[in-house]
Design a protein around this ligand. Structure first.
Ligand SMILES: *[C@@H]1O[C@H](CO)[C@@H](O)[C@H](O)[C@H]1NC(C)=O
Ligand SMILES: *[C@@H]1O[C@H](CO)[C@@H](O)[C@H](O)[C@H]1NC(C)=O
Ligand SMILES: *[C@@H]1O[C@H](CO)[C@@H](O)[C@H](O)[C@H]1NC(C)=O
Ligand SMILES: *[C@@H]1O[C@H](CO)[C@@H](O)[C@H](O)[C@H]1NC(C)=O
Length: 363
C-alpha cells in the first residue's frame, strides 16, 4: 500500500528524477563536462517543448446553458447519509455522506464523493473544502480520505477504523471527490470517455458536479469554499478554480485554493525543486544563489550561460544520489503542516515554495 501511495503522490517528481539520473553520466567517453552539458541541454530543451505544449493546450470549456447539465436532486441527500462506516470507532461526532452525482446523463457519467462534515462544532459555521488527489488516477477516497487528511485511518486488521488526529474536518467540512470518471468509484457508461478525456473535461465535470452537489446540499450554497489538492492537483485545482470564475457562478463562493507538492509546469517545478534542496540544506547558499542568478528556467530560454551549468551540475549530482537522501527528506517533514502555499482571490498567482515530500506518510 505504501508503494502505491508513494507512486500516486510522486509520479511527477520521480519523472523529474529519472531525467536527472540520465544526466548523471552514462554513455560514450567524452570529456565529462561536455557530455553532461549536452545531456543537460537536450533534456532541458525537450522539457521546455513539452512545457510549452502543455501550457498552450488548456482552455476552459464554457457552458452557456448549465441547466442542461443540472438534474433533480430532491431526496438524494437523505439517501446519501452514512449511518456508520464498517468498523468505525465509537463517539463519532460528525455527519458523513457518500454517493454519486451524475454529471452527464446521456453518457451515463457519474462522480463519487464522500463528505465528512466538521466535527465537534456546528458545521454551518465552517467552510467547505473540496479535496482532489492527483495522479492522474489517484483516488481521493483511498488516499486523501483514508491515508491523509480524512477523519479515519484503517487499522492493520483491514476491518476497523480509528480517528485521525490530523483530520481536516476538525476545522472544515471536507468533500472528497473521485475525479475524473474512471478514478476510484467514479465511472462512465460510455467506455470511450476513458480515452478521450483531459484536463479540460476533468475541470468541466468537477464544475458540473459542484453545481449539482450544491443543489443536493443547498445549505452549502454561498458558503466559503476552498479547493485543495496535491500532486497532479497542481493542474486540477487551479483549472477548476478558473472554470468556476469564468462561469460567474454566485452559488459557489470560491475563497481560495491550496496545492501541496503540486505539478504546475516544468519551469516552476524545476525552480521549486532546487529551492527544496536548498531549504533542506542539501545544496549550499553559493549554489542556490548562482542557480537563481544565472539559470533561466523559462520554456523560452534557448540556452543557458556556462555559470548556470556549473551550479546546476552540483544540484544534479545530488539528484543522482537521490535514492539515498529521499528518506531523510521525508522525515524532515512536519506532520500536520502538509501544505506549501495558500492562494486566494480571483487571480491565482501560483507561487511554489517547496517541492518534495511535503505530504509524507509516517515511515
Ligand atoms: C479539450 O482539450 C483537448 C486538447 O486541447 C481538445 O482536443 C478537446 O477538443 C477539448 N475538449 C473540449 C470538449 O473542448
Ligand atoms: C450506468 O448504467 C447502469 C446500468 O444500466 C445504470 O444503473 C446507471 O444508472 C448508469 N449510470 C448513469 C450515471 O447514468
Ligand atoms: C461572465 O461575466 C463576464 C463579464 O461580465 C462575461 O464576459 C462572461 O461572458 C460571463 N461568462 C459566462 C459563462 O456567463
Ligand atoms: C514565451 O513565448 C510565448 C510565445 O512566444 C509567449 O507567449 C510567452 O509570454 C513567453 N514566455 C515568457 C516567460 O517569456
Amino acid at each position: 500500500m505504501m508503494g502505491r501511495t508513494f507512486l500516486c503522490l510522486l509520479l511527477f517528481f520521480l519523472a523529474s528524477i529519472t531525467t536527472s539520473d540520465a544526466l548523471g553520466g552514462r554513455g560514450p567517453a567524452t570529456r565529462q563536462g561536455d557530455a553532461l552539458n549536452k545531456l543537460y541541454l537536450d533534456a532541458f530543451k525537450l522539457k521546455r517543448e513539452a512545457a510549452a505544449a502543455s501550457a498552450s493546450s488548456y482552455a476552459t470549456i464554457l457552458f452557456s446553458d448549465l441547466s442542461s447539465k443540472t438534474y433533480p436532486q430532491q431526496g438524494l441527500k437523505e439517501s446519501d447519509k452514512i449511518i456508520k462506516l464498517p468498523g468505525q470507532p465509537r463517539g463519532v461526532d460528525f455527519d458523513q455522506y457518500g454517493g454519486y452525482v451524475t454529471v452527464d446523463k446521456e453518457a451515463g457519467r457519474a462522480l463519487f464523493y464522500y463528505l465528512a462534515e466538521a466535527a465537534s462544532t456546528d458545521p454551518s459555521s465552517r467552510p467547505l473544502v473540496l479535496w482532489l488527489n492527483g495522479g492522474p488516477g489517484c483516488s481521493s477516497l483511498g488516499y486523501g480520505a483514508m491515508e491523509e487528511l480524512g477523519p479515519f485511518r484503517v487499522m492493520s486488521d483491514g476491518k476497523t477504523l480509528f480517528r485521525n488526529p490530523y483530520a481536516w474536518n476538525t476545522v472544515a467540512n471536507v468533500l472528497f471527490l473521485e475525479s475524473p470518471a474512471g478514478v476510484g468509484f467514479s465511472y462512465s457508461n460510455t467506455t470511450s470517455d476513458y480515452d478521450t478525456r483531459g484536463d479540460n473535461t476533468t475541470a468541466m465535470d468537477a464544475y458540473v458536479f459542484l453545481a449539482n452537489w450544491m443543489e443536493r446540499f443547498p445549505e452549502y450554497k454561498g458558503r466559503d469554499f476552498y479547493i485543495a489538492g496535491e500532486s497532479y492537483g497542481g493542474h486540477y485545482v487551479p483549472q477548476l478554480a478558473h472554470t468556476i470564475i469564468q462561469h460567474n457562478n454566485s452559488i459557489i463562493n470560491l475563497k481560495g485554493i491550496m496545492i501541496g507538492n503540486g505539478v504546475i509546469n516544468e519551469e516552476t517545478d524545476e525552480k521549486g525543486m532546487v529551492d527544496y534542496f536548498w531549504t533542506h540544506a542539501l545544496i549550499s547558499d553559493e549554489t542556490i544563489d548562482a542557480i537563481h542568478k544565472y539559470c533561466n528556467f523559462s520554456p523560452n530560454a534557448s540556452s543557458e550561460p556556462k555559470q548556470c551549468f556549473h551550479s546546476y551540475r552540483k544540484f544534479l549530482r545530488l539528484s543522482h544520489r537521490y535514492k539515498n537522501i529521499k528518506k531523510a527528506s521525508m522525515k524532515r517533514v512536519k506532520v500536520g503542516r502538509p501544505f506549501t502555499t495558500i492562494l486566494g482571490g480571483a487571480e491565482f498567482h501560483v507561487r511554489r515554495v517547496v517541492q518534495g515530500y511535503d505530504v509524507a506518510e509516517k515511515i
